[in-house]
Design a protein around this ligand. Structure first.
Ligand SMILES: [Fe+2]
Ligand SMILES: [Fe+2]
Length: 374
């Protein structure tokens, strides 16, 4: 950025002309530098970075065209005005072609035309500069905003994931399981959903949603959930209700749910009543993860492909993880036995295609089992 007073460099081999320009321009309020030929002129441009250059065409050593060329190449935004005494039209054309901003004839009979050309060129240069800095500033701003937005989005995704996993963990605590069951089920689900060809977003939704498969157990009483012995028919019926409770818990929020919260009436909470795809997937899994391929499951007794695929996947990995884990009332089955049960369940209570996919992904699944062991 230049100071308020613009500096003008005048390059001319005639001392009298340089002086007349200087007197006039200084009277106009400019600071004026002088160079007596093109070579010195170029040096002074490099050194003093004037705001505008007036240059004669015909000069010894380095002439005005060379100065033009140099400025055009190295300082494309520096206004340069050619003032020539030849009056030859070819010179004017050549000067304009080499980047002169304007062309005046010597001798200058009306100094107002010089003043006008100088003011006009300086104003144009200022606009170009302003425009460029505005554009740069704008780009920078857009970049900053985009980054901030990405950061916020990531935070929201992380927070959403944390909340879902913690809720899932809470349901497992109620059942005297460790929170790791939920993590393992979630990872296994992700592997299988991916193998089934679901896209990244759907795979993520299934993985996260599967963490909530038993969230309905939060609503089952301790006397049933923690009962050491066998459940009576009545108790078993209650226990099965965890699927329904889970679905209910994951329903979209109603006005009652948020009554009294800040923003209840000013519209800022509108968005939270909508049903997210993640919640739809989680609800389906919570409701249908005890359905069986052979139709003998609950709560609906759905059969085969009537059971939503996300529930068929979670049913398989939930069982695999349950039989391979130690619980208060039972030991963990060894891996071989678990795999045998999985094999025998294909087409029986598990979807054979899901079991196939499970065995095709066994390496990855066993890595998770080891990494997240209780
Ligand atoms: Fe369950
Ligand atoms: Fe489970």
């Amino acid at each position: 950025m230049h100071s308020e007073v613009s500096t003008i460099l005048t390059i001319d081999d005639e001392t009298l002309i340089r002086e007349s320009f200087r007197f006039y321009l200084e009277d106009c309020g400019y600071q004026v530098l002088e160079a007596e030929n093109g070579r010195i002129g170029i040096e002074m441009i490099e050194k003093f970075r004037p705001d505008l250059v007036l240059v004669d065409l015909r000069m010894p050593e380095v002439d005005g065209l060379e100065v033009l060329q140099h400025v055009h190449k190295h300082f494309p935004e520096l206004p340069i005005i050619v003032i020539s005494g030849t009056g030859y039209i070819g010179d004017a054309v050549e000067a304009m072609n080499r980047g002169a901003w304007s062309y005046l004839l010597k001798p200058i009979s009306d100094f107002n035309s010089l003043r006008y050309a100088v003011e006009h060129a300086l104003e144009k240069a200022r606009l170009i500069e302003e425009n460029r800095s505005y554009r740069e500033h704008l780009e920078e701003k857009v970049q900053q905003r985009t980054q901030a937005l990405e950061h916020t989005n990531q935070l929201l995704r992380d927070t959403r994931m944390q909340i879902v996993l913690r809720l899932g963990k809470a349901s497992e605590y109620r059942d005297k399981e460790t929170g790791r069951h939920v993590i393992r089920v979630s990872c296994y689900t992700k592997i299988l959903a991916d193998r089934f060809g679901f896209d990244l977003q759907e795979t993520d939704n299934m993985a996260l949603g599967s963490a909530l498969h038993d969230v309905g157990k939060i609503g089952i009483s301790d006397s049933i959930l923690l009962k050491p012995g066998k459940l009576s028919d009545e108790e078993w019926k209650k226990m099965k209700e965890h699927c329904l409770l889970g679905r209910e818990l994951l329903q979209p929020l109603t006005r009652d749910d948020v009554a009294g919260l800040t923003g209840e009436n000013d519209g800022t909470l509108e968005g939270i009543f909508s049903d997210s795809h993640l919640m739809q997937v989680a609800r389906t899994i919570a409701y249908s993860h005890h359905e069986q391929w052979n139709g003998k499951g609950y709560p609906e007794g759905l059969k085969g492909e009537e059971i939503p695929i996300e529930a068929r996947i979670v049913a398989a990995v939930d069982i695999y993880d349950a039989i391979g884990s130690k619980r208060p009332y039972k030991d963990a089955y060894p891996e071989e036995k678990c795999l045998q049960i999985m094999r025998e369940s294909a087409g029986n209570f598990l979807d054979p295609q899901v079991v196939d996919t499970f065995f095709n992904s066994l390496d990855l699944i066993q890595q998770i089992k080891e990494k997240w062991a209780d």
